[in-house]
Design a protein around this ligand. Structure first.
Ligand SMILES: [Zn+2]
Length: 60
């Protein structure tokens, strides 16, 4: 599993983008965004923000 656990919402069982209930935290969310393009887009955007945050820390 390569899911980043530094977020505070990954432990929840609701989608942070639409509020839908997930089958399970983490893996259930991946299944969820697979079926919900809007949530997937939101997740991609969030992940890019995290990546740029980390890159900024690492280069500084
Ligand atoms: Zn959702």
């Amino acid at each position: 599993m390569a899911i980043n656990t530094t977020t505070d919402w990954i432990d929840t069982v609701t989608c942070p983008f639409c509020g839908d209930e997930l089958a399970s935290p983490g893996a259930g969310f991946i299944d969820h965004i697979d079926e919900n393009a809007d949530c997937e887009a939101g997740f991609e955007h969030w992940r890019e923000n995290i990546a740029s945050d980390l890159a900024g820390e690492w280069s500084g």
